[in-house]
Ligand binder design. Structure first.
Ligand code: NAD
Length: 298
């Protein structure tokens, strides 16, 4: 199948490479030429523009930072036409970015009017899951469109859930990430407390992992450097899932909570904590660097 893949960052790059390894023809585009070159080196075709990438594509996959990028790309911005005018009728858009459910619904409606199918399919599993092809997809859209996408999603992920209509995948994703943001702060607090008392972070992490405090951060993504060799914490908090992306997701969760009058006190507090961390200059670091805010310095 001819696929256009747009947005080849920490997640999109490895996802596109998995599709190439599975034998698909992938035309890849990113604003960063370096990101395009990495995918081209694995057998992808380098597109000169997003318009170029979608020529002849039966499926278009996007993995962009936030709502404004997805809306601008497909619907247009600054007087420039959006990509919907360049995509062939009958093609399928799979947007895996984490964005507002309302934006997914807006783009889906415009796509449908142009004869193009759309699903939101945000993911969980981190960059490790993207590389290993074991992501969890949370899909919003019709069953028919999910079945069209399934053979591609299976090459990039291990779990595929149908959350509901368009936008429902995004709602599931922000619920998950609100919990993840809270868990990472809590895990960091507990490790920092133990270390301040002279405990070995590796030993303490293993005790908690096998006890009632066990969670995904303690399993795979420890915020303390040196506990998990492949976690961003052991690589100077480079790569991974940026603090500013977590801040965006916690903001989406709070906007949603306001809209439905839900009470999310810990989600709100977590958003404030990541906002302060971002303002302190850590926005580009992996979100597990939140532990720096909670550690005894010097
Ligand atoms: P990233 O910043 O590493 O990559 C985003 C890429 O999009 C960049 O390479 C950027 O150049 C490109 N881009 C931006 N605007 C573009 C445009 N108009 N046209 C083409 N390319 C454009 O981000 P990421 O970590 O890969 O995350 C992407 C999305 O996935 C976000 O919505 C994020 O919240 C979500 N997500 C990330 C993780 C993670 O662990 N990193 C996990 C799950 C979900």
């Amino acid at each position: 199948m001819q696929i256009a893949f747009i947005g080849l960052g920490n997640m999109g790059g490895p996802m596109a490479i998995n599709l190439i390894k599975a034998g698909h023809s992938v035309k890849a585009f990113d604003l960063s030429q370096e990101a395009v070159a990495k995918v081209a080196a694995e057998g992808g075709q380098a597109a000169a523009s997003a318009q170029d990438a979608v020529q002849g594509a039966e499926a278009i996959i996007t993995m962009l930072p936030a709502s404004q990028h997805v809306e601008g790309l497909f619907l247009g911005r600054d007087g420039q036409a959006g990509l919907l005018t360049s995509i062939a009728k009958g093609a399928l858009i799979i947007d895996s970015s984490t964005i507002a459910a309302a934006t997914s619904q807006k783009v889906a409606k415009a796509a449908e009017a142009a004869g193009i199918a759309f699903i939101d399919a945000p993911v969980s599993g981190g960059t490790g899951g993207a590389i290993a092809g074991t992501l969890t997809f949370m899909v919003g859209g019709s069953s028919a469109n999910l079945e069209r996408a399934r053979p591609l999603l299976e090459k990039m992920g291990a779990n595929i859930f149908h959350a509901g209509d368009v936008g429902a995948g995004q709602t599931a994703k922000i619920c998950n990430n609100m919990l993840l943001g809270i868990l990472m702060v809590g895990t960091s607090e507990a490790i920092a407390l133990g270390v301040a008392n002279g405990l070995d972070p590796k030993v303490l992490s293993e005790i908690m992992r096998r006890s009632s405090g066990g969670n995904w951060a303690l399993e795979k993504y420890n915020p303390y450097p040196g506990v998990h060799e492949n976690a961003p914490a052991s690589k100077g908090y480079a790569g991974g899932f940026g603090t500013d992306l977590m801040l965006k997701d916690l903001g989406l969760a709070q906007e949603n909570a306001t809209a439905v009058k839900a009470s999310t006190p810990l989600g709100g507090l977590a958003r404030s904590i990541y906002a302060a961390h971002s303002i302190a200059g850590h926005g580009g670091e992996d979100f597990s660097s939140i532990i720096k805010m909670l550690q005894k310095q010097g």
